[in-house]
Write a protein that binds this ligand. Sequence first.
Ligand code: HEC
Length: 122
Amino acid sequence: MKIFTITLAATLSLCASAAMAQQAAPAGNIENGKKHFNSDGCWQCHGTLGNGANLTGPKLANTELPFEAFLMQLRQPSNDMPPYEAKIVSDQTVADIYAYMKSLPKSPDAKSLPLLTGMGVK
Ligand code: HEC
């Protein structure tokens, strides 16, 4: 029982530190992030306001990804996205882009748009 308690305590403290690490996204400059989102080509696949498109790239506006996952996708993309090395887009610039994306409102649900619901979107 004692071993179980110690293991549980260790696991909980590991979870707590992982959660803290996720919260610790570096401070980002929204204006600089916006500049780079446009000049580094992110908009071409993710849309000018990060709304994404089925054929080119997922929605990034108001992303719920933790910063580490956002950064990792640029360094080692999960699939079709081209990689961005740190010498092209620095960690700080990624933090700025992340702050910009976080600052954008979530795009509305397709079901709330009369034009689309009128076209049979359910
Ligand atoms: C040529 C198209 C293209 C460009 C340019 C591009 N992306 Fe992507 N991105 C994708 C695709 C496609 C995915 C889906 C995962 C994959 O294929 O790697 C993706 C996924 C992502 C994700 C993960 C989203 C999620 O919710 O899982 C992030 C974050 C991201 N891109 C950020 C960026 C940023 C920031 C830039 C600019 C520096 C950028 N992308 C430029 C196509 C692109």
